[in-house]
Design a protein around this ligand. Sequence first.
Ligand SMILES: CC(C)(COP(=O)(O)OP(=O)(O)OC[C@H]1O[C@@H](n2cnc3c(N)ncnc32)[C@H](O)[C@@H]1OP(=O)(O)O)[C@@H](O)C(=O)NCCC(=O)NCCS
Length: 188
Amino acid sequence: MTGSGEHSADRVAKTVAQSRTTTTELVLPNDTNPHGTMFGGSLMSVMDKCASICARRHAGRVSVTAAIDSVEFTEPLRMGAVLLVEAWVNRAFTTSMEVEVTVMTEAIGSRELHPANRAFFTFVAIDHAGRPAKVPSLQPTSDQEQRRYDAAGLRREVRLYLSGRLKLKDAALVGDELLATLQTKDLH
Ligand SMILES: CC(C)(COP(=O)(O)OP(=O)(O)OC[C@H]1O[C@@H](n2cnc3c(N)ncnc32)[C@H](O)[C@@H]1OP(=O)(O)O)[C@@H](O)C(=O)NCCC(=O)NCCS
């Protein structure tokens, strides 16, 4: 179901650059666990906020987190670390958007960046009554953006299947090989 109050001008395709969002964070004692490294939930909060701003910039509406997947904590983040968080829209669907978020740590002297975390967030735009509302489509403007756009379509089908929201027979994009593998496993 999609919300009311939609204006056609709101749905003109947007580019990735129009909503790309970056934030810089300092890891403070309140964010850390007894080992002196950042608590995973605190990092997810920083990422969720950055992704949320990105999603509402694309949608032009308040957008809520519907799902988070493929979260990878690749490096412990120590107290005092400087984090560069970046979020961009990979693809917009009807009322939902896939937002990719990366976190890099910045070395003190050289300011060299090291990847620390990456995740895919699904946001849903909502209207004043909290109902899902249509979002503008995304127009890729480079090969990389096109690859991310295509991959987001596949991930969406896998994500909706894993959450029990999509039957495998209705997964139009996921290839036969992946489909056959999934069909041999009873995940629900
Ligand atoms: C997100 C929410 C608005 C979806 O409502 P809903 O009634 O399930 O809406 P629909 O079934 O119409 O789905 C709307 C969109 O969400 C997507 N969606 C819903 N659940 C999803 C999930 N688990 N994973 C991925 N996408 C999902 C649907 O695919 C659909 O996308 P599309 O319109 O682009 O095709 C509703 O579940 C909600 O308000 N959740 C709470 C959000 C929140 O508070 N987040 C913060 C957590 S603290």
